[in-house]
Design a protein around this ligand. Structure first.
Ligand code: PAF
Length: 279
């Protein structure tokens, strides 16, 4: 596995690969890698492309306190990438990506607005900006994003179409821990009792799926039930519970099985968690 720290070397390696007819799959990450990322790398490997994993804590998409506190575990990250058979790890320093005086941004202005876009209005501008930069540096033909970040995947697809970027976005099913909690960087911050309550999010999603399976189509009914289940937990605070169109992220009045998504964000005390389920 090759480890690359500079934009110029990454470009050079990518150019050489493509000159030989190779194709590149990019797994963009912010490090602190876990089994969810591993699933992304494994899915990318299956595509047969050369797999580049980028590891960069993109402060542009995080509130400043979170960017400072974001876990940085480079040794463990490299070990996981080696184990998962990644071909290249691109780990640039901040100055490589955002040199002093940096002032250009990319924004998607529809799919990025609801859900996480409401409470974290600058997050997705940070995501679209870094992804365009990574595409220009790595030149991948496809990008692998987890279903857990489905809003991110949706607006990246929209951006690719709007900007004529010839990059496919492959979505990989959410990897879950044994108790059903979706793998996430912030899971490690949960205490045992917080975790017991956090898993209720997955139970609420499962209940929603069951309701739709038994014929319920009213978003109000499902959202009310999910809100009720989560509301019974002392440590959980709802940020949003919404049923949206899986492509546009627009709120829906009626559930369309196979198309609608139930989206949830909660606080577990001070820890923010997101999850979703196709209905
Ligand atoms: O999903 C993430 O970890 C980040 O948003 C991404 C795609 C790596 C961009 O910084």
């Amino acid at each position: 596995m090759q480890k690359i720290a500079t934009v110029s070397e990454m470009r050079q390696v990518s150019r050489e690969l493509r000159a030989k007819g190779g194709r590149i799959a990019l797994v963009p990450t912010m490090g602190a890698l876990h089994a969810g990322h591993r699933a992304l790398i494994e899915a990318a490997k299956k595509s047969g492309d050369t797999v580049v994993v980028s590891i960069f804590v993109n402060a542009l998409q995080l509130p400043s306190a979170e960017a400072v506190a974001y876990p940085r575990t480079p040794e463990a990250d490299l070990a996981l990438c080696t184990e998962a058979n990644a071909d290249v790890v691109f780990m640039p320093a901040v100055e490589e990506i955002y040199p002093r005086g940096y002032s250009t941004y990319v924004m998607e202005e529809a799919y990025s607005k609801p859900l996480c876009g409401v409470s974290r209005p600058t997050q997705f501008r940070g995501v679209t900006t870094i992804i365009v930069k990574l595409i220009n540096i790595v030149s991948p033909g496809r990008l692998f994003i987890g279903q857990k970040d489905v809003q991110q995947a949706a607006l990246l697809r929209k951006m690719m179409a709007d900007l004529h970027l010839d990059v496919a976005v492959d979505m990989v099913p959410t990897a879950r821990e044994a108790d059903g909690l979706a793998f996430g960087v912030r899971n490690r911050e949960l205490t045992t009792s917080q975790r017991t309550e956090a898993v209720v999010v997955q139970q609420a999603l499962a209940k929603a799926k069951e309701m739709v399976g038994s014929g319920v189509r009213s978003t109000d009914r499902v959202v009310a039930e999910v809100t009720h289940i989560i509301g019974q937990r002392r440590r959980l605070r709802v940020i949003y519970i919404s049923i949206v169109d899986g492509t546009t992220m627009e709120a829906e009045r009626e559930i369309i099985p196979g198309k609608s998504l139930l989206m949830i964000a909660v606080w577990v005390d001070e820890v923010r968690l997101i999850d979703n389920l196709p209905l």
